[in-house]
Design a protein around this ligand. Structure first.
Ligand code: MGD
Ligand code: MGD
Ligand code: SF4
Ligand code: MO
Length: 702
């Protein structure tokens, strides 16, 4: 159903989503988008990405019909075909792979936090393949979610919405004023800082968020566990911890105290580069100037020590009692029921064949929160056939050539496939390699339900399809169509009845919620006083027995990044700078948005940021084009010299390609951060996280 002309309440899904929006439709087209009013999450504001949606919807390069490849792979030559022909052929080929080499030889991939997230998992389960992925997971959010569950029995996010504002906010490897909706939207964070909360930023860059903080702790990328362990030690030794909370609500305090003993402030200063006085000041304020929020980011996960890094930071909340209190970090409410992903349809033997499941138990194994395949392993299986050949890949809103580590290996893997199907909004470098490219709908063109904040929900919203562009389809409908052709379970269940079933705990139907816009749960605090925490001991587990049982260290520890001046001094001679990649930019969501003129005008080129002394050392000046190299390859980036970055560090944008050059030559590897990153071992032993931050590089004038 499409809706008639006029202004409609909707919800932006331009990133992980959730801003209330008002969409003006005329003649079946979106003419204008404005922020919706009344949402506590976006406070009547939207970002530039969200406001770019009219330009995205009607962009001349937009995919509007299914395409079939007619030239060589990579030639960029496609011909339009009907949906029936495309899906008929894809289904027949999937059926063939299923019979010839087993369903696990077909893999599914999707982008980060998409509206169709659970439906892709549902399709994988009913098709019988354990091999699905999302490009984050091992490197984005699964460590934070799993560690929160293990340590305090649920995910927490900052309480920016209640009557008690936070007094201190510790931003750790996180820049929410730009990156927004990962646990919070930017707008309430900005409000809390403006209202006087004292900010502390742990970041090699003085980021947009750090600039509004009272204390900036510039840290050597990849060494966060060292700083967190030293802060734990200081909080214990100085007696800054919450004695009552620790005594009554935690287990393993003495074991923790002994484990952190070696991590003195002097040791941590030498390892992390953060001055000891600043780290003590940060620890004291976070522990004592309460309530405090600890807002953590993806930087903690994009390294091969993600489990223990995230654990060390998570423990700070448990020691200081900043958990589940007004103005601290709070648990979510179960406003939505589980999505029917039909997990029972996936046979037990398939689970064992999931790539990476045996090795990375908290990513792909039975104890994993959302079991998925290990991306480097899966892409290796495509090109090497080890442990078996993955022959087909169906992608739904994912651009691995830009966003997965080691782009050259990704390219080789994609080229080795028998079938690559990409559903996207635009012809991306990845889509240009596909056998079929399918046109996906954008958020004003779909029905959806979303919880907010995304990870510790307090509210739930719904939005309806408002317009139709060309033959674009909502991905859940594409998957159901394929499922019907393959005779899979649940193919005919209407999306609206899934939404209705999920919304039962919120007490509304999809139709009602789309009409009223949002249901908010009343704030609730200190629920642990009644039932304890949802861990085996009912306490905050500073020492984790479940981790020990799985063969992982029950207490956090520091490991030097495997490629660093300390670990590999011989590599550091040729590549003397510390590399970090992917700090978010307001204008772009990962590899998206480069074709939108007003976004591109604001940020026309890929940047490498360097401090003045480092730039001088490398012989580059602000505005130069430079070669940035790592042991894996080299790319070109425009130099920005700024005092707002730690000396000795190079921070580069990720997600770059050049849509204006046309298919076949998108410049996919020219300025692509992932040419420099590492998809090889060592991996985090629990999650299989690989290295996107804390590597080595060199910069020289082009
Ligand atoms: N070097 C480096 N690499 C990184 C990171 C980093 O920090 N550094 N960050 C990593 C992280 S945390 C993540 S989550 C990943 C993100 O990786 P991706 O999810 O792959 O990134 P995107 O560029 O957002 O999305 C890929 C494609 O999905 C399409 N798309 C978006 N939404 C939809 C939709 O609703 N429907 C359809 N049909 N298509 C859609 C877009 O047009 C785009 O072409 O990148 C990772 N890669
Ligand atoms: N505009 C925009 N918003 C986004 C996205 C986007 O692409 N664009 N992507 C979304 C996704 S999928 C994600 S995962 C989130 C990520 O969002 P965040 O979690 O905020 O992560 P980043 O912006 O990648 O990095 C945050 C800060 O960490 C710093 N940093 C880099 N390396 C290290 C390190 O080793 N240690 C420490 N302590 N800090 C380091 C960077 O300088 C940066 O300022 O953003 C989401 N929101
Ligand atoms: S923050 Fe995300 S949801 Fe909000 S306007 Fe921007 S893109 Fe849309
Ligand atoms: Mo992410």
């Amino acid at each position: 159903m499409t809706i008639c002309d006029g202004e409609h309440a909707s919800v932006c899904r331009g990133c992980h989503g959730g801003c209330a929006a008002r969409v003006t439709v005329a003649d079946g087209r979106v003419m204008r988008v404005r922020p919706g009013l009344g949402s506590p999450f976006n406070l009547g504001q939207m970002c530039v990405k969200g406001l770019s949606i009219p330009a995205m919807l009607s962009h001349p390069d937009r995919l509007t019909v299914p395409l079939k490849r007619v030239g060589e792979r990579g030639s960029g030559r496609f011909a339009p075909v009907s949906w029936d022909e495309a899906l008929g052929d894809i289904a027949a080929r999937l059926d063939g792979f299923r019979r010839e080499t087993g369903p696990e030889s077909v893999a599914l991939g999707q982008g980060t936090g998409r509206p169709h997230y659970f439906h892709v998992i549902r399709f994988a389960n009913t098709f019988g393949t354990p091999n699905w992925y999302e490009p984050g997971l091992a490197n984005c959010f699964i460590p934070r979610i799993t560690v929160s569950n293990l340590t305090y029995g649920g995910f927490v996010a900052g309480d920016y919405y209640g009557d008690t504002p936070p007094r201190t906010i510790l931003f750790w490897g996180h820049n929410p004023l730009v990156s927004g909706p990962d646990g919070e939207l930017s707008f309430p964070v900005k409000r809390a800082l403006a209202a006087g909360a004292f900010g502390i930023a742990v970041d090699p860059r003085r980021s947009e968020t750090a600039k509004r903080c009272g204390l900036w702790l510039p840290i050597r990328p990849g060494t966060d566990a060292g700083l967190a362990l030293a802060m734990i030690r200081a909080i214990i030794e100085e007696g800054w911890y919450d004695r009552d909370f620790v005594e009554q609500q935690t287990t393993g305090f003495e074991e923790l105290r002994a484990a952190v003993d070696p991590y003195t402030p002097a040791w941590a200063e030498a390892v992390t580069g953060v001055p000891a006085a600043a780290m003590l000041e940060a620890a004291r304020r976070y522990a004592l100037d309460r309530p405090s929020i600890l807002d953590w980011g993806v930087s903690l996960e994009q390294n091969p020590n993600s489990l223990q890094t995230v654990r060390a930071v998570a423990i700070l909340r448990g020691l200081t009692g900043n958990l589940d209190v007004p103005g601290g970090d709070v648990f979510g409410h179960d406003l939505l029921g589980a999505y029917p992903v039909l997990r029972q349809e996936l046979p037990a033997e398939a689970l064992i064949r999931r790539i990476g499941a045996q090795q990375f138990k908290l990513l792909g194994g039975f104890r994993a929160f959302m079991p998925s395949a290990h991306i480097p392993g899966l892409f290796a299986a495509m090109r090497t056939g080890d442990p078996y050949r993955v022959r087909a890949l169906l992608l739904f809103g994912n651009n691995p050539l830009a966003t997965v580590a080691d782009s050259r290996a990704v390219l080789e893997s994609l080229n080795a496939l028998d079938l690559l199907v990409v559903t996207d909004h635009f012809l991306t470098p990845t889509a240009a390699l596909a056998d079929y490219v399918l046109p996906g709908a954008m958020w004003p063109e779909i029905d959806g339900v979303i919880e907010l904040p995304l990870v510790a929900p307090r509210g739930v919203c719904a939005h309806r399809k408002l317009v139709q562009t060309g033959q674009c389809r909502q991905i859940e409908h594409i998957l159901n169509d394929l499922a019907a052709r393959l005779g899979l379970a649940g193919a005919d269940e209407p999306l609206e009845s899934i939404f209705d079933a999920r919304l039962r705990p919120a007490g509304v139907t999809f139709a009602e919620l789309a009409e009223q816009g949002m249901v908010l749960a009343a704030p609730a605090y200190r629920r642990y006083l009644e039932k304890g925490f949802r861990t085996p001991s009912r306490k905050v587990e500073l020492f984790s027995k479940p981790l020990a049982r799985l063969g992982y260290d029950p207490l956090p520890s520091y490991r030097e990044p495997p490629e660093s001046p300390v670990a590999t001094p011989e590599v550091a001679r040729a590549f003397p700078l510390i590399l970090t990649t992917g700090a978010r930019r307001r204008e772009f969501f990962h590899s998206e948005g480069r074709q939108i003129a007003f976004l591109r005008a604001r940020r026309p080129e890929p940047l490498v940021e360097l401090g003045p002394a480092t730039a001088a050392q490398c012989g580059v000046a602000d505005g130069d084009w430079a070669r940035v190299s790592s042991p894996r390859g080299s790319i070109r980036m425009r130099v920005r010299v700024t005092p707002d970055i730690m000396e000795g560090v190079a921070s580069i944008d990720h997600g770059w390609w050049f849509p204006e050059r046309g298919a076949g030559d998108f410049g996919a590897l020219e300025s692509n951060a992932n040419v420099l990153t590492n998809a090889g071992p060592p991996y985090d032993p629990a999650f299989g996280s690989y290295q996107l931050r804390g590597l080595l590089c060199a910069v020289e004038k082009e």
